[in-house]
Design a protein around this ligand. Structure first.
Ligand SMILES: [Zn+2]
Length: 236
């Protein structure tokens, strides 16, 4: 199955990759969803779905801050072969990328065609005066020095909508594809997973993930290590 999917990627006119947490776990970034309960005391047993919600930002901003700082910022992480191979195809004009990841590793890999569907942790601003804030300053304090406004990263929290521009660019990327490759995601998060409904008739859908995903219209699935798959693709 590895070989046939790789051949499909090589032969496609335009590939659109749709990626998730599994791409960045290979760079040492844990999937916060798998850490449920680990910080039960600190976070009063509250689930990530609340800690990363708009309600939490408004009602208990200090909890959201502690959670993202502890569980989501890994500034020393480096892109891996998956980010690099996807960036290479994108920058050659052969592919587009829509990622659910907010870690910025695709940009760090030099990808000029990435749509960050859920935003980017390293893009922070003050919710009071909307000024941009350097993420280093956010790591030191959740309050903006000049006006004591609450700082937040420009990521989509539970209870918030996807940015209009990201949505438009994603739909365009899906419409442009004759092959869609889903990588490192169980593909259960909406509206991300719903983007495939914009594909043209005849566009093939394949999956590279460590577990099968329940998508009825999938042509082929590679169930295994995405890093090994992209290392092999790099060698071709
Ligand atoms: Zn401010």
């Amino acid at each position: 199955m590895t070989t046939s999917i790789q051949t499909m990627i090589q032969n496609a006119e335009h590939v659109t990759f749709m990626t998730g947490a599994g791409v960045s776990t290979a760079s040492g970034i844990p999937d916060y969803r798998s850490k449920d309960g680990l910080y039960a005391d600190k976070f009063h047993g509250l689930p990530p779905e609340y800690l990363l919600s708009h309600d939490c930002l408004v009602q208990q901003p200090e909890l959201l801050y502690a959670f993202v700082k502890d569980n989501m910022y890994f500034p020393d992480a480096k892109p891996n072969v998956i980010h690099e191979q996807i960036a290479k195809l994108c920058n050659a004009g052969r592919a587009s990328l829509i990622t659910q990841n907010v870690d910025g590793l695709d940009r760090q890999a030099g990808n000029q065609q990435v749509v960050e569907f859920h935003g980017n942790l390293y893009d922070c601003y003050c919710t009071s005066d909307q000024q941009s804030v350097d993420w280093h300053d956010y790591m030191k304090s959740m309050y903006h020095d000049p006006d004591h406004g609450v700082i937040r990263p420009r990521i989509v929290l539970y209870g918030e909508g996807i940015a209009e521009k990201a949505l438009q660019q994603s739909v365009q990327a899906v419409e442009a594809a004759d092959l869609i490759v889903i990588v490192g995601t169980s593909f259960k998060v909406y509206p991300f997973a719903g983007l495939i409904n914009y594909r043209r008739p005849g566009t093939q859908l394949v999956v590279v993930n460590n577990e099968p995903i329940p998508a009825g219209s999938v042509t082929a699935q590679y169930t295994g290590d995405a890093k090994a798959f992209f290392s092999e693709l790099a060698g071709k």
